[in-house]
Design a protein. Structure first.
Ligand SMILES: *[C@@H]1O[C@H](CO)[C@@H](O)[C@H](O)[C@H]1NC(C)=O
Ligand SMILES: *[C@@H]1O[C@H](CO)[C@@H](O)[C@H](O)[C@H]1NC(C)=O
Ligand SMILES: *[C@@H]1O[C@H](CO)[C@@H](O)[C@H](O)[C@H]1NC(C)=O
Length: 263
């Protein structure tokens, strides 16, 4: 009997060790920090918003109606058909570490509070035909964000999601055409509206036409999401990593308890 209890104790120690090792693993260097919205809620809101803003852009710029119709063919539901795709999730990046442990000493990292909720609201839509759709956001409460133009990538086609940074920086900073408005918090003001086309903008090595439309937040469809602060890693799925950790923890405790009681 005593021997079996030793075996039980061995299992218990093994499992506790396993849990500690796992907790250690969760503190490994994340790829980036982000405010992540619930995918179901976000995809429904994004779909309504995209449909509305593309319709308004079509009225405003009838010369690109054919291009808008072509893009909208792919975007008739919240699950687009190629060539458009949804981003892996809807989030606002706070700080990109790229797995670099040195950057865990940065204020962006140390001030980050995982689990905290932020409002992500917008009535501004940025569109490059056949290429990418994104929206600037201004998380509330305020949080220090490393990116010059905090945003959510809404839909992607030719360009990857990270290119939203370059698109919004071309518009809003470094002498971009909407720098004055951006600095004056124009895009945070609910009732302000604007619709513009900027032709032949240089973004990276590409030259593209950029469309931006801001509608009235109060009277038109808009984005009103809750982003939860999370350590992120695109190589792992966020939800499964959290739930599988919880499951593993639960199983470890159960196995430890059972083995101790049974033997
Ligand atoms: C946890 O991580 C620390 C620092 O990286 C390391 O020294 C320690 O051995 C690890 N503990 C376990 C149980 O893996
Ligand atoms: C990690 O970040 C630090 C600080 O910015 C930088 O000096 C270093 O070169 C980076 N390391 C790697 C492997 O990129
Ligand atoms: C632009 O093109 C050059 C030469 O092909 C390449 O080295 C550079 O990385 C490109 N820059 C961007 C931002 O894609």
């Amino acid at each position: 009997m005593a021997k079996l209890q030793v075996v039980g104790l061995f299992f218990l120690i093994l499992n506790v060790g396993f849990i500690f090792a796992q907790n250690n693993a969760t503190q490994s260097v994340p790829q980036y920090l982000a405010l992540v919205a619930d995918t179901k809620i976000a995809s429904a809101q994004v779909q309504d918003f995209v449909v509305q803003q593309m319709g308004k852009l079509k009225q405003q710029f009838p010369d690109i109606a054919a291009q808008i119709d072509q893009d909208m063919q792919s975007l008739t539901t919240s699950n687009p058909t190629l060539p458009w795709k949804n981003p892996a999730d809807y989030h606002t990046t706070v700080f990109y570490l790229g797995y670099n442990a040195t950057l865990m000493q940065s204020d962006f990292y140390t001030q980050f509070q995982p689990g905290k909720s932020y409002a992500l609201q917008s009535s501004t839509f940025v569109y490059i035909p056949g290429t990418i759709m994104c929206t600037p956001v201004f998380p509330s409460p305020k949080i220090n964000i490393a990116n010059k133009c905090p945003h959510i990538t809404l839909k992607i086609n030719k360009w990857e999601a990270f290119k939203s940074n370059a698109v919004l920086e071309a518009l809003f900073v470094n002498g971009g055409p909407l720098q004055t408005q951006y600095q004056a918090d124009f895009f945070m003001q609910q009732e302000q509206t604007l619709a513009k086309r900027f032709q032949s903008m240089k973004i990276g090595n590409d030259t593209v036409d950029v469309y931006i439309i801001k509608t009235n937040y109060n009277t038109d469809k808009h984005l009103d999401l809750t982003g939860v602060a999370q350590y992120c890693d695109d190589a792992k799925s966020k939800e499964t990593s959290t739930s599988s950790q919880q499951l593993n923890f639960f199983l470890s405790v159960m196995i430890a308890a059972l083995s101790y009681l049974l033997f």
